[in-house]
Design a protein around this ligand. Structure first.
Ligand SMILES: O=c1ccn([C@@H]2O[C@H](COP(=O)(O)O)[C@@H](O)[C@H]2O)c(=O)[nH]1
Length: 244
């Protein structure tokens, strides 16, 4: 996975209200980037047609709907999402072992039924917008964020999932606990020149690559930039410098 081309290791979050805006961004970025994340904001407005349009452009899609429900419902959602041809989808690790296991099994079965490559199914651990204080005092999870993330990551791995979404801060501990092959997808990425916005556990693209991230997810530093293509190029350059 680390041998993937740089452009395949950076997913741009298409957090837009309308399909036209999202497709304009894809057009603007051109061949600089071809991997996109579609989340709730856009998918709930457009439905699967946005995925068809991105696939028709030859882009890879991470469907970020963060399923969290009873195992039977999440298994059904994973089956439906797999039929949409996405290359990666996610569930909340807080849904527990059976929910995650059923999601992965349903996804593999749905892909096998059509002879398609099964998507990666990964688990969201602790959102990058939460810090220690919020986690302990509001959500009520005791201990450090890192300990909570590792607990979720080990549970996801035991459930047969392919990897996790976490912040770059926990990367070394995840690699130690779950091994090098367990996929790490890292949002909360902020180049030095970008604002943090609502993200709390942030890392620069270079630091995340140095810490061993498989894939980065970046939205606003690219999509809200005056020149998104230039922002994407600068980020890819920063990632590339670490690898060279
Ligand atoms: O812990 C998480 C899980 C998912 N996300 C998603 O990633 C992008 C980040 O966008 P930015 O504009 O770069 O902040 C966004 O779509 C989130 O839904 C996350 O940030 N943290």
């Amino acid at each position: 996975m680390r041998n993937e081309r740089l452009t395949e290791r950076l997913y741009v979050a298409l957090d837009f209200d309308f399909m036209d805006e999202a497709l304009r961004m894809v057009d603007q970025l051109g061949d600089t980037l071809r991997s996109y994340k579609v989340g709730m904001q856009l998918f709930y407005k457009t439905g699967p047609v946005i995925l068809e349009r991105l696939h028709a452009e030859g882009c890879k899609v991470f469907l970020d709907l963060k399923f969290h429900d009873i195992p039977n419902t999440v298994a059904g959602a994973a089956k439906s999402a797999t039929s949409l041809g996405v290359s990666m989808m996610n569930v909340h690790a807080a849904g527990g072992m059976e929910m995650m296991k059923r999601a992965k099994e349903a996804s593999v079965a749905a892909a096998q039924a059509t002879g398609a490559e099964p998507p990666l199914v990964i688990a969201v651990t602790q959102l990058t917008s939460t810090d220690q204080q919020t986690m302990n005092n509001q959500i009520g999870i005791p201990g450090t964020v890192e300990a909570a993330v590792i607990r979720y990551a080990k549970l996801a791995q035991a459930a047969g999932l392919d990897g996790v979404v976490a912040s770059g801060h926990e990367l070394p501990a995840i690699r130690e606990a779950c091994g090098e092959e367990f996929v790490t997808v890292i949002p909360g990425i902020r180049p030095k020149w970008a604002e943090a916005n609502d993200q709390k556990r942030i890392l620069t693209p270079a630091d995340a690559m140095r810490a061993g991230a498989h894939r980065l997810v970046i939205g606003r530093p690219i999509t809200h930039a005056a020149d998104p293509r230039d922002a994407a190029r600068r980020i890819l350059e920063e990632m590339g410098e670490v690898l060279s």
